[in-house]
Design a protein around this ligand. Structure first.
Ligand code: SF4
Ligand code: SF4
Length: 112
């Protein structure tokens, strides 16, 4: 089992999650984060920290695709372990549907 980040995170990047992860397994893209499924120890402490409800256990329905998505990008993007300011549209786009299709960027973030 692992936890994964889903598209509610896109355009938000509040990054409250990274500070609590004991194994530093969050990776930063240009406009979202992902969790490395092989590094996550399933402690669950990050899930309630996310203001966008973007962190889910892979035991929820239809999560297989998101596990592979998290794996793919965690191997391309830099690790992030410190909190930073959210993206400018974080609040206005919180909860919006179809963020993956509309806004997702494959580009890496800065990490840090
Ligand atoms: S707290 Fe939630 S929305 Fe913010 S970066 Fe982490 S997963 Fe994404
Ligand atoms: S469940 Fe625990 S180990 Fe996995 S990403 Fe969240 S805080 Fe890190």
């Amino acid at each position: 089992m692992t936890y994964v980040v889903i598209d509610n995170c896109i355009a938000c990047k509040y990054t409250d999650c990274v500070e609590v992860c004991p194994v530093d397994c969050f990776y930063e893209g240009e406009n979202m984060l992902v969790i490395h499924p092989d590094e996550c120890i399933d402690c669950g402490v990050c899930e309630p920290e996310c203001p966008a409800d973007a962190i889910r256990p892979d035991t929820e329905p239809d999560m297989d695709d998101w596990v592979e998505f998290n794996r793919k990008y965690s191997e391309k993007w830099p690790v992030i372990i410190t909190k930073k300011d959210p993206l400018p549209d974080a609040e206005s786009r919180d909860g919006e549907a179809g963020k993956r299709e509309k806004y997702f960027s494959e580009e890496p973030g800065e990490g840090g």
